[in-house]
Design a protein around this ligand. Structure first.
Ligand SMILES: O=C(O)CCC(=O)C(=O)O
Ligand SMILES: [Fe+2]
Length: 363
């Protein structure tokens, strides 16, 4: 495919960075109490004008990204109030009648924004039902774009967000949340560059209009003994994920021994993880670690992942600085937008075959 005179390669699962560790443990029970294996980092120094402060954080981030691919970020600077309000709006959205939510059915939007019904994404089980979560996705569009020089015409990602007409105020708040997290992502990316021993502005050109997206997700409690998953094991596609995990423990992270480690929420922190883009850019130095969601707590769970991505047209190849002098870079010229589109198509395909959802598909 061609875009602005540039040939874009075909992207597929075989190209996913997929840096999970070890063989996948089949057990459905996670090891609790080992969450200290996921480091807690006070990242407040990323905003400091003192390079020593920034370097101190960068060292810890490097260690976490090389060993684990995940860390808890405290001192992130996003006001708790804006995070709490996002959860309140999410609750109001999920409380809407099913028919209202299906007005925004994600499979009807060319840019994969809007509503994913319960069991409507992921890999279908023997009962034909897939992930036990419902979700609302929004992300960069021409309204949320803050780069005057960008036309939002990526060949893979075009169109606007859709918003629930029943909830005035929802769009404004989620847009503000998007802006706050995008700002944090840009500062974090500078610290990541530092953590790689590279100039702090290294990623700036990748992030002039980052193709970020975000999700409010609802994971109802699963019955004990249920074989269902809230979210299948996967790696995230983007540069970094900044997850507001809410109050209910359900996220599990695959460690080097192939064991699932529980990653419970810790007040005042985001759970940050390396995505496939960053793994690829760092030539597999930083690891995009597999994770999944299982809610066996008996409580309703809401979480809000923010996927911080490079510009959609940015080609995601290993940085020459991180590739040995004699190693040839195998460029396949894949863009961030293409990686995102591919991931979203694969994730949402099952709903097209499900009779409950099929009738909502628009021709
Ligand atoms: O809700 C969570 O804990 C994680 C969600 C997640 O992994 C994702 O949406 O990619
Ligand atoms: Fe994820």
């Amino acid at each position: 495919m061609w875009y602005k005179g540039q040939k874009i390669a075909v992207w597929g699962d075989q190209n996913k960075a997929n840096g999970h560790f070890g063989a996948e443990e089949k057990s459905r029970s996670a090891i609790a109490g080992k969450f200290e294996d996921i480091p807690i980092i006070d990242i407040s120094g990323i905003h400091s004008s003192d390079i020593n402060e920034r370097m101190r954080v960068a060292g810890q981030i490097r260690d976490a990204c090389v060993r684990v691919g995940f860390f808890y970020a405290k001192g992130h600077g996003v006001p708790q109030d804006i995070i709490d309000k996002t959860f309140e709006w999410a609750e109001q959205f999920f409380a809407l009648p099913f028919e209202d939510k299906m007005e925004l059915f994600i499979n009807n939007q060319g840019n994969y924004r809007g509503y994913t019904p319960l069991y409507g994404s992921g890999k279908p089980d023997v009962d034909g039902l897939a992930n036990a979560n419902e979700a609302f996705d929004w992300g960069l569009d021409s309204k949320l774009n803050d780069d005057a020089g960008y036309d939002c015409m990526d060949p893979f990602m075009q169109g606007h967000n859709v918003w629930p007409r029943q909830l005035p105020g929802f769009e404004d708040h989620l847009s503000a949340y998007f802006g706050a997290l995008r700002s944090l992502g840009r500062v974090l990316a500078r610290n990541i560059a530092l953590s790689l021993g590279l100039p702090e502005d290294l990623f700036d050109d990748y992030l002039t209009h980052p193709g970020c997206s975000a999700v409010v997700a609802h994971y109802p409690p699963l019955e004990s003994g249920s074989t269902k998953l809230g979210l299948d094991p996967h790696t995230d596609n983007e540069f970094l994920t900044l997850l507001a995990p809410g109050k209910v423990r359900a996220l599990e992270v695959l460690n080097r021994d192939g064991q699932w480690i529980s990653a419970p929420p810790i007040d005042g922190t985001f759970i940050v993880n390396v995505g496939d883009q960053l793994q690829r850019l760092t030539n597999n130095l930083y690891i995009s670690t597999k994770h999944r969601v299982i809610n066996h707590t008996g409580e309703e769970r809401i979480s809000v992942p923010f996927f911080f991505s490079a510009n959609w047209e940015a080609v995601i190849d290993p940085l020459p600085e991180l590739v040995g002098k004699d190693t040839k870079i195998e460029s396949n010229n894949v863009t961030a937008g293409q990686m995102y589109k591919h991931t979203m198509l694969a994730l949402h395909m099952p709903a097209d075959a499900n009779p409950t959802f099929k009738k909502y598909l628009k021709a």
